[in-house]
Design a protein around this ligand. Structure first.
Ligand code: AMP
Length: 193
């Protein structure tokens, strides 16, 4: 199973990807997580990405495509994967098509999480509070100001991917405002897994 989770920041893609990847024994590939790890490790990619991420803009297509090209070759991704937060631009989607084609791989579906955008800031703030309460480091970009930029980037650069995948006949939608368990059930139903 190879799927993409598409949706605005705070739509619940990460939460659902963790659950489904565990259930299906496939890899959860979050470019956001990989970039945050690169920032923490101060790798050359991390050093380039940090300021861009902190202000809520998108890291270059070249960087994320490079990360994904390497990552899908790893052993845990051979069984399949969920792409969470990638692709985020049409250029990334086209790059992914090429990567998959070169490897003889096919996408099984693209799941779009439909959400009420007015409620997303509240979700992000809650996520930051819960993270802090667990004593874990809070994401610098999980605050209302940066969130505005992230949402704007989503509208300008990522939202066109719905049409891109709808044209290919692989786009499926779920109501991302349901309770977490219900979203999981909806995702499993539309993917048939
Ligand atoms: P996320 O954890 O998916 O919300 O991503 C956090 C941040 O990492 C984003 O706001 C971007 O700055 C960067 N990022 C993650 N994935 C991508 C991507 N596919 N393309 C460009 N930037 C990305």
């Amino acid at each position: 199973m190879r799927v993409i989770f598409l949706g605005a920041p705070g739509a619940g893609k990460g939460t659902q990807a963790v659950r489904l990847a565990e259930m299906l024994k496939i890899a959860h590939l979050s470019t956001g997580d990989m970039l945050r790890a690169a920032v923490a490790a101060q790798t050359p990619v991390g050093l380039k990405a940090k300021a861009v991420m902190d202000r809520g803009d998108l890291v270059s297509d070249e960087i994320v495509l490079g990360i994904i090209a390497d990552r899908i070759e790893e052993a845990d991704a051979k069984n399949g994967f969920i792409l969470d937060g990638f692709p985020r631009t049409v250029a990334q989607a086209e790059g992914l098509d090429t990567l998959l084609q070169q490897r003889g791989m096919k996408l099984d579906g693209v799941v779009e999480f439909d959400v009420d955008e007015a409620k997303l800031v509240g979700r992000i703030v809650k996520r930051a509070e819960e993270t802090a309460a667990r004593g874990e480091p809070v994401r610098k970009d999980d605050n209302p100001d940066v969130f505005k930029t992230r949402l704007a980037a989503y509208h300008a650069q990522t939202a066109p991917l719905s049409a891109y995948y709808a044209d290919k006949g692989v786009l499926k939608s779920v109501d991302g405002m349901q309770a977490i368990d219900e979203v999981t059930a909806s995702v499993r139903k539309i993917l048939g897994c």
